[in-house]
Design a protein around this ligand. Structure first.
Ligand SMILES: *Cc1c(COP(=O)(O)O)cnc(C)c1O
Length: 390
C-alpha cells in the first residue's frame, strides 16, 4: 500500500497538482506572515475581520480561566457546558428559528445532519457546485443522491416530479464558495411546498455577511418555513470555529439523539462557545463592518480595468476572477505573491475545466487602500502576463 501511495503522490507532483501548506506565523488577518514573508492577504474567509478581534481574544482567555480548556466528555455524558447551551440559545434567537445545535465543524454538521435526517428510501437533491461535505453527507446517508445543474430550478423540479422517495431533501449552499453567487432559495422553498420536500441550507458564506444585521441568507430573502433546516459555519465570518444547525425543535431534538458526529464526538471546548456567543454579538452589532465590506466590493469592481479576465457577478465577499487556463491562474497567483499579495488560484476539479480563477476574498479588515492596491496589481498583471503567455 505504501508504494501505491507514493506512486500516486509522484503522479500528482508530475501533474502540477501537489498542494503545499504555507506556514502561518501571525494571526489570520489582512496582513499575515506566511513562510517567513509579509503579505497582504485575500485568502481568508474571515469576512468581518473577527478572527483576531481583541474582544474575542479577551473572552476566550477569560472563559478558559473559568471553564478550562477541554470539554472532557461527549455532550450526552458530561461535556455539555453552560457555555455550549448559551451559544445554542443565542444562535437560535439570532437566526429567528426555534432551536439550534452546535457541532465542532461544518464538515461534521453536514455529515451528521444528512446522515440522521434521510436514509434508504429517501432522496437528496444537491446542486452540482455544492461544497464537498454536502456530497459526503449525501453518500454517507445512503439516500438516493441526485445532483442538478448549478442553481437550475427547472432541472430540480423535473427530478422532484420523477421522485418516488419517501422523504425528499433539497440540500444547497446558500452562497457558493468558489463563485460567490446566491442560490435561488425562494424558488427552492416553493418547490418544497409543491412536492412535499424539505430544504437544507448551508450558509457557510452568508452567515454574518448577508441579511438584516448579518442574520444570513434566510433573512436576505425574508424566508421562514418549518420546511427549512438551516446550517452555518462559525469559522468564517464568525471568526472562531465550529458550526450550528437550526430549525424546528423536533429536528434539533432528533439530531441530539441520532446525529452520529454529534453523539459520538467530544464537543469543542466550552471557552470556544463563550467566544462565539460574543462573536454573535459583534455580528449583530456589526452593520458598520458589513457596510465597509460592501464598500470594498464596490471599490474592487470600480478599480478593475480588465479586458480578458472577468469577475463573476457576485454581491458577496467572495469575488472570483475568471482567468481560464490552469497555467494562467497559477502564473497570476505567483506573480501577485512576488508583489507581496496573496490570492489563491483555484483550479479543476474544485471548479469546472477552463474556469480556473483567483478567489479574491474580501474582509471588513481590509482598507480601501488594500483593495485598490490589489486592483492595480491585477490591471498591470493582465497586460504583462497576456504578453508573456501569447
Ligand atoms: C467551509 C465550508 C464547510 C465546512 O465547514 P468547516 O467548519 O470549515 O468544517 C461547509 N460548507 C461550506 C459551504 C463551506 O464553505
Amino acid at each position: 500500500m505504501l508504494n501505491a501511495l507514493q506512486k500516486q503522490l509522484d503522479q500528482r507532483k508530475a501533474d502540477g497538482l501537489m498542494r503545499q501548506r504555507r506556514l502561518l506565523d501571525s494571526p489570520q488577518a489582512e496582513y499575515i506572515v506566511a513562510n517567513g514573508q509579509d503579505y497582504l492577504s485575500f485568502c481568508s474567509n474571515d469576512y468581518l475581520g473577527l478572527a483576531n478581534h481583541p474582544k474575542l481574544i479577551a473572552t476566550m482567555q477569560a472563559a478558559a480561566g473559568d471553564s478550562g480548556v477541554g470539554s472532557g466528555a461527549s455532550n450526552l455524558i458530561t461535556g455539555h457546558h453552560r457555555y455550549h447551551d448559551a451559544l445554542e440559545k443565542k444562535l437560535a434567537k439570532f437566526v429567528e428559528l426555534p432551536a439550534a445545535l452546535v457541532f465542532s465543524t461544518g464538515y461534521m454538521a453536514n455529515i451528521g445532519v444528512l446522515g440522521a435526517l434521510v436514509g434508504r428510501g429517501d432522496a437528496i437533491f444537491a446542486d452540482k457546485l455544492n461544497h464537498a461535505c454536502l456530497n459526503d453527507g449525501g453518500y454517507y446517508s445512503l439516500a438516493e443522491f441526485h445532483r442538478f445543474a448549478h442553481s437550475d430550478v427547472a432541472a430540480l423540479e423535473k427530478l422532484l416530479i420523477a421522485s418516488t422517495a419517501k422523504h425528499k431533501l433539497i440540500a444547497v449552499d446558500a452562497v457558493f464558495s468558489m463563485d460567490g453567487d446566491i442560490a435561488p432559495l425562494p424558488d427552492y422553498l416553493r418547490l418544497c411546498e409543491q412536492y412535499d420536500a424539505y430544504l437544507y441550507v448551508d450558509d457557510a458564506h452568508g452567515f454574518g455577511v448577508l441579511g438584516q444585521h448579518g442574520k444570513g441568507s434566510l433573512s436576505h430573502f425574508d424566508l421562514a418555513s418549518p420546511r427549512i433546516i438551516y446550517m452555518a459555519t462559525l469559522g468564517k465570518a464568525a471568526g472562531v470555529a465550529g458550526a450550528f444547525v437550526s430549525g424546528q425543535q423536533v429536528v434539533i431534538d432528533y439530531l441530539i439523539q441520532t446525529a452520529k458526529s454529534y453523539v459520538y464526538s467530544t464537543p469543542a471546548p466550552p471557552a470556544l462557545s463563550a467566544t462565539l456567543t460574543e462573536s454573535v454579538n459583534l455580528i449583530e452589532n456589526g452593520d458598520d463592518l458589513r457596510a465597509h465590506l460592501q464598500h470594498l466590493i464596490t471599490t474592487l469592481k470600480q478599480h478593475l480595468r480588465l479586458k480578458n479576465w472577468k469577475l463573476l457577478p457576485s454581491e458577496t465577499a467572495v469575488q472570483p476572477l475568471i482567468v481560464g487556463s490552469n497555467h494562467a491562474a497559477v502564473s497570476l497567483s505567483e506573480h501577485l505573491q512576488k508583489l507581496g499579495i496573496l490570492v489563491p488560484a483555484i483550479r479543476p476539479p474544485t471548479v469546472p475545466v477552463n474556469t480556473a480563477r483567483l478567489r479574491i476574498s474580501l474582509s471588513a479588515a481590509h482598507s480601501e487602500q488594500d483593495v485598490i492596491k490589489l486592483a492595480e496589481a491585477l490591471n498591470a498583471a493582465e497586460i504583462m502576463l497576456t504578453e508573456k503567455l501569447t
